[in-house]
Every structure is written in C-alpha cells, then in structure tokens.
Design a protein around this ligand. Structure first.
Ligand code: ZN
Length: 307
C-alpha cells in the first residue's frame, strides 16, 4: 500500500509564524523536500499580502515548484479571486477551506457558509472553463471538522451536510481538517465513515491533522486503518501551537514518514533526504523551534526503508 504524505509546511507552517522566510530559501526548501521524495507540496495560499505577508510570494513558488518533475503543486484559495490567481500561476491542486463552524468562518474569512459555498461554485465554474487537460484538482477542505475553539463540538451531521454541499458545488473531493487538534482516533473513524456514507468513499481520501494535544499520529493511524491514503504533515511540525508550548503544529512529516515506513508502508520518501530538507529549513529560520521525535533520537540501528 502506498501512502501519499502531502507536505503543508510551506503553507500551514509558514502562515503560523511571524517570521517571513525569504523566497529563495523557500525555493531551496521545496526543492529539497521534492528531492527527498515528497510528491505533493502545498506551497502557499493566495490571500492578500496585507493579511498574510508570509505567503505573499505564492505565485513565484508555484512557478518554481511546477518545474520539478512529478510534483503536485497544491495551494489554498479562500475565494474566487485567489483561485483565479492560482489558475493563472498554474497550480495543480486548489483547496478551498470551508470552516464547519460558521462562527469560525465569519471570524476567519468574514463569510457565512452560504457565501463560501458560492465561492466554491464560482471556482468550480472557472476551472470548467479551462481545457480538460489543464484543469487542476479542486478540493473542499472542511476545517474545524472535529471541533472549534469558538463553538466547541461541531455536530457530525453538519460536517456531512457541508461535505455534500461542497460536492454539489463542483468539488472533486473533500478533505477533513482537525484545525485545532481536537480529534481523537475513535472520532476520526466515526466522522470518516459518516462522510463516506454521505459523499462516497472515493470522495474523501485525505486528512489534515494537527498535533496540538499529542494525538496526531494516533489519529493518522486510525484514518489509515480505515483506508485513508493521503495525510497532510509539515516538516518539523513548523508553526507549533501558541497556546501549547512544546506541541508541534501539523503532525510532523519526519515522524509520520518514520511510522509509515516502519510499518512497511511505502511513502517513496527517503529519510536522509528529509533530514537534508530539515537542515535547509533550520538554517533559513534559525529562531523557529522545529519539532519531531525521530529527528532528535535518530533512526533505529539498521533501520531499512521499504523504498
Ligand atoms: Zn492546518
């Protein structure tokens, strides 16, 4: 079984820290990640630079990453305007985040569920105008799917309804995001099954997990056991959690890859290459803490990868 580890550090990690990584360093990092075997990298987000100056160079990074053979270049797009920029840049995969918590959606992007679904519909229409061979993959990312810091628990029913609504708007698939690290393995299984029942198994293949409460890898394993085949992770768990010192942001790419390879699952990622990419990241952001147990402890003696 092959698992796709989708690297989101250049987007989720970098947007969570105040330091701005120089564009040339980002390019070196992305190149090193791809050289390690990462086949999908979310390189940025098409949001106004005044809101997220850390990601203002996303178009340039898409252009750079597109030159790497075999790499799927993913970006986040909060609205049609962002999507148009992403299409112009030539991104291979667009994800529109839809917060299951409407309070969070209003606070975060100042749009209601209905308004966000309108954006998704407009983006799908813009994609359909392209020749078939040039259309990027379009994902609806259900953020705060496992709970929200403003609303608390999010009803499972609402997540399923929003997944169905995103598919109706023309998304190719939906993803589930544990934006705040609220998920637990039993809840992960429950929600995946519920969404599968609503939109079909082939329309939910990926999860985006955070390690805020230390359950990231346990949640990843629960999802894998059910048959989820794509897992987002960020190198060094970049970003951390401002409210939980010591907690990484996303699940740590290095630790996830170690777990998968140790289990005999093929990621196509070379651990030494991953450490080389981590060194690029560390030298570009020397003041930023990097997380991960395996990079600190080292690989077990005679550890051999499936690749
Ligand atoms: Zn995230």
């Amino acid at each position: 079984m092959r698992v796709l580890v989708s690297e989101v550090g250049p987007r989720d990690g970098l947007q969570s820290i105040s330091a701005i990584m120089p564009t040339e360093a980002k390019k070196r990092w992305i190149t090193a990640l791809a050289a390690a075997g990462l086949r999908e990298i979310e390189v940025g987000s098409f949001v106004p630079a005044r809101l997220l100056p850390q990601l203002a160079d996303t178009a340039e990074l898409v252009a750079h990453a597109r030159q790497i053979a075999g790499l799927t270049v993913a970006v986040l797009v909060p609205n049609l305007k962002g999507a148009e920029a992403a299409l112009a840049a030539g991104a291979h995969k667009l994800t529109i985040p839809l917060s299951c918590s409407e309070t969070h959606s209003l606070r975060n992007v100042r749009r209601s569920h209905a308004q966000m679904l309108d954006e998704a519909r407009a983006i799908a229409a813009a994609i359909r105008e392209l020749p078939a061979a040039e259309r990027p993959h379009f994902e609806g990312g259900l953020s705060t799917a496992f709970g929200c810091t403003l609303e608390g628990a999010v009803p499972e029913r609402r997540v399923v309804e929003l997944a169905e609504a995103l598919m109706d708007c023309g998304c190719d698939e939906v993803g589930l995001s544990d934006t705040n690290g609220y998920a637990d393995p039993a809840g992960v299984r429950r929600l995946i099954r519920a969404v599968w029942a609503g939109v079909g198994r082939e329309r939910l293949t990926g999860l985006h997990l955070h390690n805020t409460r230390g359950l990231g890898l346990a949640n990843a394993l629960a999802a894998l056991d059910l048959g989820i085949s794509t897992l987002d992770a960020s190198q060094g768990g970049l970003g951390g959690c401002p409210f939980a010192p010591g907690a990484s942001g996303n699940i740590v790419t290095e630790d996830l890859v170690f777990m998968l390879e140790a289990m005999g699952l093929d990621t196509g990622i070379d651990f030494r290459g991953l450490l080389a990419a981590r060194a690029v990241l560390a030298s570009a952001l020397p003041d930023e803490p990097l997380y991960g147990m395996v990079p600190l402890a080292g690989l077990p003696l005679n550890f051999s990868q499936s690749a």
